[in-house]
Write a protein that binds this ligand. Structure first.
Ligand code: HPA
Length: 272
């Protein structure tokens, strides 16, 4: 099966199971952000196993199901569970899921993640809108892609108008929304303090192991992207303690409440 056949089959199956729901916004839930799935009303839930080319997420905090339904009356397709580059050594593990969302009709993709902060003033529990990224992995999810469409323009990859709306929404609900540059490290090990020092000099505000490949895939598929990080820790060498995935999950679970409120308000009265 080619990837296009996989996507066509996925679109057909999802259309049948959801009674023809046409999602306008795709949402990817990051580590610890699972509770956001509870905000999808009239949800049709499809396990990734039922879909072609979808990964089996193998990381704690990531399930593996697609929800079709509405958030604040806006039709959405939510990916509850993502796969990461470090799980397979392939950067394109989210290619079919992202393209399936585009083929379903999603014009926008909202990416969420847990990240380490490089800024003392943006501590654990903070929420940060991503303004740009630095890809430190040396790989692309578009390796091997045919056609000239693969030369994706990455200027304003994180849509400035959507970001402005995200800030306006945060203001309207009294939430402090920081903004910064996200550096994509391959993981699964955390960074060394020397690496953190280096990327601070390069202009990064946060670090993490996801999101950038999905942004590249979404831009290639013609979707607009908005992304936000939940800061779960100060980056390596900045705090008193070492880093752990348990900490990522527990802090993200607490801050998930803020992201949840922000998304509910953001998706209300979604522009025509
Ligand atoms: N580094 C990389 N990924 C992360 C971190 C971090 O400090 N925190 C949460 N995800």
């Amino acid at each position: 099966m080619t990837i296009n056949q996989d996507i066509a089959r996925n679109v057909e199956l999802l259309g049948k199971r959801s009674g023809g729901l046409k999602p306008r916004v795709g949402i990817v839930l990051g580590s610890g952000l699972g509770p956001l799935a509870d905000d999808v009303t009239d949800a049709t839930v499809v396990p990734y196993e039922d879909l072609d080319g979808f990964p089996t997420p193998g990381v704690g905090g990531h399930v593996g199901r697609l929800l079709l339904g509405k958030v604040s009356d806006t039709p959405v397709a939510m990916l509850h569970g993502r796969a990461h580059y470090y799980e397979t050594g392939r950067a394109n593990t989210m290619k079919t899921p992202v393209r399936t969302l585009a083929a379903l009709g999603c014009e926008t993709l909202i990416l969420t993640n847990a990240a380490g902060s490089l800024r003392e003033d943006v501590g654990p529990g903070s929420v940060m809108a991503i303004s740009d990224h630095i890809n430190l992995t040396g790989v692309s999810p578009l390796f091997g892609e045919s056609g000239d469409g693969k030369f994706v323009n990455m200027v304003d990859a994180y849509d400035p108008a959507l970001r402005a709306r995200l800030h306006a929404t945060a203001d309207s609900i009294g939430l402090t929304l920081h903004e910064g540059v996200y550096a994509w490290f391959c993981g699964p090990h955390f960074e060394t303090p020397a690496e953190i020092h280096a990327v601070r000099v390069l202009g990064a505000d946060a670090v993490g192991m996801s999101t950038a490949p999905e942004c590249i895939l979404a831009r290639h598929a013609g979707m607009k992207v908005a992304a936000m990080s939940i800061v779960t820790n100060l980056a390596a060498g900045m705090g008193d303690t070492g880093l752990s995935h348990d900490q990522t999950l527990s802090v993200a679970a607490v801050a998930a409440g803020d992201v949840r409120k922000l998304l509910l308000a953001f998706l209300k009265d979604w522009p025509a």
